[in-house]
Design a protein around this ligand. Structure first.
Ligand code: HAM
Length: 426
């Protein structure tokens, strides 16, 4: 039968096998966040549109083309396109600057951007991100990048590439934009129509353009970082790089990396993976030292990043079913009376924290054994008429094929000796 309703374009169902991998990833990330001193924050999926305009910048693609907006009771509400603005709003509104001062926060959840869907680009996607608010220290920049690197490695992802740049302070950024306009002035005719517009409205966006002729112009530009950063910003950036070097976190300097959101200052970084196509960024972030002040808080330095979870899944090599997702025991009951007894046996096993399951459909013993095998169970417990009479179950080790009769009251004790580990992403 054909499904009557279809998934919306740019959205995705996460089915159980993939959800298992995702959960393991989230557990791993949360373990590492805790080691690094980050605590979770959950902010709403809807926020006022103006918060994002003020934070991300009027001339960014996200604000210009990609916001999902809802008009309601004279308010214009946005489905959040990213997490930073909401976290900073919450930090200020809940006076975390006064109670906590320096706050290290992490979040996980859906984001929404009305982009043209393609591989790795969705309209509803998920971020795992962090925001460290209340410090200007370059050691924090390095720690945040090391944290991102550690999470990726912890999730078994390799072959990624960290690109890093510094935009400098606001004055450096303005001078950089002016310098770009000068460098591009004589080549404006070679730029695509969008970039002609970007040239005057937001020249940094030209550097992100994927159009071939624009790429050629951009790659011909000579831009470094040493001659466009003020002495404070240069010192800051060099300290960040020295820290990364000292712990052997590999990165590439990329003078063209400017990021698509306006709030960034100083350090910016993007992590890409060669296994992905055009949308190769698996995560990105940077400093946004003026945003807290812009949104009404006491000026404080801040930095963060976010991973695109669906892209992490595309490059993650995890097997679909982890050991910890498998059943320890699969109960096969034969006949109505056995089914009733089995209900209680399963209840007791599960109360004791043992992963156990059974069938809810009539099957031959052979069919039931096949299902038990599919479930990955280490043991199968068979409860037929004979066993019922003797208050036993037949316990079969699925690996060795050995089977023995076990008293029903001893089943729990037998199985408690064997448990799969809870989390096993290395
Ligand atoms: P962003 O670069 O816009 O940064 O998004 C971060 C990551 O989200 C990207 O690197 C990508 O992996 C993923 N992503 C973005 N758009 C999509 C999409 N349409 N479909 C699938 N995945 C996507 C931010 O959002 C900043 N808030 C990051 C940050 C936190 N900066 C400082 N703190």
């Amino acid at each position: 039968m054909a499904a009557r309703f279809k998934l919306l374009r740019g959205t995705k169902d996460t089915l159980p096998n993939e959800a298992d991998i995702l959960r393991q990833l989230e557990i791993k990330a949360q373990d590492i966040f805790s080691i690094y001193g980050y605590r979770q924050i959950r902010t709403p999926i809807i926020e006022s549109r103006d918060l994002f305009i003020r934070s991300l910048g009027q001339d960014t693609e996200v604000i210009g083309k990609q916001m999902f907006l809802i008009e309601r009771d004279d308010d214009i509400i946005a489905l959040r396109p990213e997490g930073t603005a909401g976290v900073v709003r919450s930090y200020i509104e809940n006076s975390l600057d006064k109670t906590d001062g320096f706050a290290k926060l992490y979040y996980m959840g859906p984001m929404f951007r009305a982009e043209r869907p393609q591989k790795g680009r969705l309209r509803q996607f998920h971020h795992i991100g962090v925001e460290a608010i209340g410090s200007n220290s370059p050691f924090l920049d390095a720690e945040v990048i090391v944290l991102a690197d550690t999470i990726l490695k912890g999730a078994g992802i390799s072959g990624f590439n960290i690109k890093i740049n510094s935009l400098g302070c606001v004055a450096d950024k303005l001078a950089f934009a002016e310098r770009l306009r000068v460098l591009l002035d004589s080549k404006r005719g070679l730029l695509c129509a969008d970039c002609q517009d970007r040239y005057s409205r937001n020249v940094f966006r030209v550097l992100d353009c994927k159009n071939d002729s624009c790429r050629e112009v951009i790659l011909g530009l000579s831009i470094g970082y040493k001659d466009r950063l003020c002495s404070d910003c240069l010192l800051h950036f060099e300290q960040v790089l020295a820290c990364l070097d000292s712990v052997n976190v590999r990165y590439d300097l990329s003078a063209f990396l400017v990021r698509g959101l306006d709030y960034y200052t100083r350090t910016v970084f993007e992590i890409s993976h060669p296994d992905l196509g055009a949308q190769d960024a698996i995560g990105a972030g940077g400093r946004y030292d003026n945003l807290v002040g812009e949104l009404g808080g006491a000026p404080s330095g801040a930095i963060g990043f976010a991973f695109g979870v669906e892209r992490l899944l595309l490059v993650s090599k995890s097997e679909s079913v982890k050991e910890s997702e498998k059943n320890l025991v699969f109960l096969i009951t034969l006949g109505r009376e056995a089914e009733k007894k089995g209900f209680n046996l399963l209840y007791d096993l599960r109360q004791a924290g043992i992963k156990a399951d059974t069938l809810f459909e009539e099957k031959s013993l052979k069919g039931a054994m096949r299902k038990a095998g599919d479930s990955g169970a280490k043991y199968v417990a068979i409860l037929g008429e004979n066993e019922l009479k003797k208050n036993t179950v037949m316990l079969k080790d699925m690996e060795s094929g050995e089977q023995r009769e076990v008293k029903q009251e001893d089943l729990l004790k037998e199985l408690q000796n064997f448990q799969y580990p809870i989390s096993n992403i290395q």
